[in-house]
Ligand binder design. Structure first.
Ligand code: ADP
Ligand code: ADP
Length: 217
């Protein structure tokens, strides 16, 4: 299956993406994760992306799209994929559509994770990420056994630079202005499924899997 996850920053896309991708045995492709790996690796792409990420703005489309094109051309993405964080505006969605048409295929479904603003801010403000394995925790909603240490791998947890209050506000504006229009774009394509993304993580995964099954045939 070819699936896209959309939703505001902090909706739980990364959290859900890992479970959904593993249930469907498809790779999870997160543009945010790829950018962050480039920032830590000190690559040219990372240096360019960091400037935008730190402000809470989108990295320019031509850079992002080229990166996604390379990733979708890899062998493991030929039978399906779960995109997390891409597309993030209508021009990216249009390029993705053309790109997949060139490969002779298209998206099956777009899951829209629906969470209200206050909850999104609570989730982002308490998010902690593992420096070693990238797993995401929350200081209140999903705390590790030992504060600051990843239960999964023992790595150090840190707060993302863009999860500070000022940047969170900017990212939510960017979401409203640029990303939210994707909802009607994909509704018009007839492939949008809304998923209530409040409540326990496992219940949301179940709702997402039921929504996907409706599109599986
Ligand atoms: P996104 O990728 O959409 O920005 P994340 O998956 O990184 O979102 O989740 C944001 C934060 O919210 C993380 O700290 C995560 O642990 C927490 N979180 C995710 N899902 C839930 C949930 N259902 N209830 C409470 N907190 C959640
Ligand atoms: P979140 O889910 O919390 O919003 P992400 O990890 O998806 O965060 O993205 C972090 C940052 O990486 C974004 O604020 C943006 O600067 C950049 N980014 C990620 N995906 C894209 C994209 N598709 N287009 C442009 N910039 C992106």
């Amino acid at each position: 299956m070819r699936v896209v996850l959309v939703g505001p920053p902090g909706a739980g896309k990364g959290t859900q993406a890992q479970f959904i991708a593993s249930h469907l045995s498809i790779p999870k492709i997160s543009t945010g994760d790829i950018f962050r790996a480039n920032v830590s690796g000190g690559t040219e792409l990372g240096k360019l992306a960091k400037e935008y990420m730190d402000r809470g703005d989108l990295v320019p489309d031509e850079v992002t799209v080229a990166m996604v094109r390379d990733r979708l051309s890899e062998d493991d993405a030929q039978e399906g994929f779960l995109l997390d964080g891409f597309p993030r505006n209508v021009p990216q969605a249009e390029v993705l559509k053309k790109m997949l048409a060139e490969f002779g295929t298209g998206l099956d479904v777009v899951l829209n994770l629906v969470v209200e603003d206050d909850e999104v801010v609570r989730r982002l403000a308490g998010r902690r990420t593992c420096r070693s394995c990238g797993k995401v925790w929350h200081v209140v909603f999903d705390p590790p056994a030992v504060e600051g240490v990843c239960d999964a791998c023992g790595g150090e947890l840190f707060q993302r630079d863009d999860d500070r209050e000022e940047t969170i506000r900017r990212r939510l504006e960017v979401y409203q202005e640029q990303t939210a229009p994707l909802i009607s774009f994909y509704a018009d394509e007839g492939i949008l499924q809304g998923v209530d993304a409040t409540g326990p993580v496992e219940e949301i995964t179940q709702r997402a899997m039921s929504a996907l099954r409706r599109f599986a045939d």
